[in-house]
Design a protein around this ligand. Structure first.
Ligand code: HEM
Length: 455
């Protein structure tokens, strides 16, 4: 885009606090209104000004140039308090080395073993459901993705008794991050119940991860041997690391917290939204069951080998990621004066990009509010959705390292659930998105009816 882009100011600013109130009250409605204001739109939170990028090409420019638009801005500053200098929050200067070190954990050769863990954990989750029962599908999918993440990271299957407090603390921290991003750092020191809860949860989370590292580092006789999980990779980094030294326990903890944080609620939320959308669209659910029954036959669970034939399943996942991208709003900071869309952004400008905002632009995705998985299954000659404006996993050098892992997990879990269970909305209340760090359904009660395949 060479022409000068439009530059606007977001509506509804109040003296002193700026746009903090509409952002806290209803951030999704706030975002929806921004593209009408310009390609770049200024928002103000207290004294801090940020620029929201509303145009897909400008967003890609920001994401491609990770040196000028580095990790930073109000959200990442708060994320760093939890994940330290891990892969997702480290600055550009540390990123290449870290990514090179961690990439082997996502090598395609490892996916078959991960897929086995995923299928097994799906069976554990659904095995606890009762025919005619009710579950909160959001909680169930969060616990499922947490168990999968723990197994992939630590090679250990987490039992529910150990997982529950970890997930509670994790949820508290995740809920605290965006709120804290909207208030001045001095407010953290106030002894409010919320601050105390957040601090306690954060230190317990670090403590639990620290104990897992210590247990593996000196416990087992084969400590440090490659057990095919992320922790093995990190513990062996002394031999293969970028500067030939072992990672410290703190550096390892940063990465493990990062991967747990980045890979758990995101995946759980994507799955929960997919189930919610299917619950509201019985005809798509019927077609999905027919696909899963035909592809799985009488196999006990969906496996990696089934994935290429589960086309509607993948399309449902994509459409859920389009409508409710879990990583719905992220920030960067400019490291030098730079030009974007014909406008100058001084060094230190906070830049916001939002997959949610782009995915709901009618010029990019016609009838954007409609749940239409078929838009991802291109009929011959029909226009395909613009992949360049579809950013659930970000783009450029900081693109999600776990994207294939996440898509595999989502397809296997969705197929696994649909094969043997019919989930319907329960409770009669409208399901509301809770725009925290991750865009998750607030509560998602669903009834669980066991089904016979082909029935
Ligand atoms: C549906 C599930 C997921 C979604 C929607 C998602 C989304 C994203 C997005 C948008 C980014 C880029 C952040 C930015 O631009 O600031 C990202 C980065 C990242 N994700 Fe994911 N993610 C998912 C699952 C996972 C999983 C399963 C893992 C690990 C097991 C993971 C690990 C990471 C890491 C480590 C980064 C930082 C990458 C880097 O900076 O090099 N994510 N993710």
């Amino acid at each position: 885009m060479n022409a000068r882009c439009t530059y606007g100011v977001a509506p509804g600013a109040l003296p002193l606090v700026g746009h903090a109130l509409p952002l806290l009250r209803d951030p999704l409605a706030f975002l929806d209104a921004l593209p009408g204001r310009g390609d770049l739109v200024q928002v103000r939170i207290g004294p801090v000004r940020a620029v929201v990028v509303c145009d897909p090409e400008l967003t890609r420019r920001v994401l491609r140039d990770d040196e000028t638009f580095d990790k930073g801005g109000p959200l990442y500053e708060r994320i760093r308090e939890v994940t330290g200098n891990g892969l997702a929050s480290c600055p550009h200067s540390d990123h290449r080395g870290q990514r090179r070190l961690l990439q082997p954990a996502f090598h395609s050769g490892r996916m078959a073993a991960y897929a086995e863990v995923m299928s097994r954990q799906v069976r554990v989750t659904t095995g606890a459901w009762r025919d005619g029962g009710t579950v909160d599908a959001a909680d169930e999918m969060l616990a499922l993705s947490a168990r999968i993440a723990v197994a992939a990271m630590f090679g250990a299957e987490a039992d529910d008794a150990r997982l529950a407090p970890l997930l509670d603390d994790f949820t508290t921290v995740v809920a605290g991050i965006p709120r804290r991003a909207l208030v001045p750092p001095a407010a953290d020191r106030l002894p409010t119940p919320g601050n105390r809860r957040y601090d306690r949860a954060r230190s317990r989370l670090r403590g639990a991860i620290g104990r897992l590292i210590a247990g593996r580092a000196d416990g087992a006789p084969d400590a440090g041997a490659d057990q095919g999980d992320l922790l093995s990779l990190l513990l062996s980094a002394g031999r293969d690391g970028p500067d030939g030294r072992a990672l410290t326990d703190d550096e390892i903890a940063d990465q493990l917290v990062t991967f747990f944080a980045a890979g758990t609620e995101t995946s759980g939320s994507a799955l929960a939204w997919a189930l919610h959308l299917l619950g509201g669209h019985p005809e798509v659910a019927r077609r999905l069951r027919a696909e899963v029954d035909a592809v799985l036959g009488d196999a006990p669970a969906a496996t990696l080998a089934h994935l290429p034939d589960l086309r509607l399943t993948a399309a449902v996942v994509n459409e859920a990621l389009r409508l409710y991208p879990p990583a719905w709003l992220l920030t960067r900071t400019t490291t030098s004066d730079t030009r974007l869309g014909g406008h100058t952004l001084p060094a230190g400008t906070a830049v916001v990009y939002s997959a949610y905002l782009l995915h709901r632009r009618p010029d990019l995705f016609p009838d954007p509010e409609r749940f239409d998985p078929d838009r991802w299954i291109a009929a011959p000659g029909a226009p395909a959705p613009p992949r360049t404006a579809f950013l659930p996993f970000g783009s450029g050098p900081r693109k999600c390292i776990g994207d294939v892992f996440a898509l595999t997990e989502a397809a296997l879990a969705l197929a696994g659930v649909v094969a043997d269970w019919d989930l319907r909305p329960a409770g009669g209340r409208r399901v509301r998105p809770a725009p925290r760090l991750v865009l998750s359904p607030h509560r998602l009660p669903m009834t669980t009816a066991a089904r016979v395949r082909g029935g």
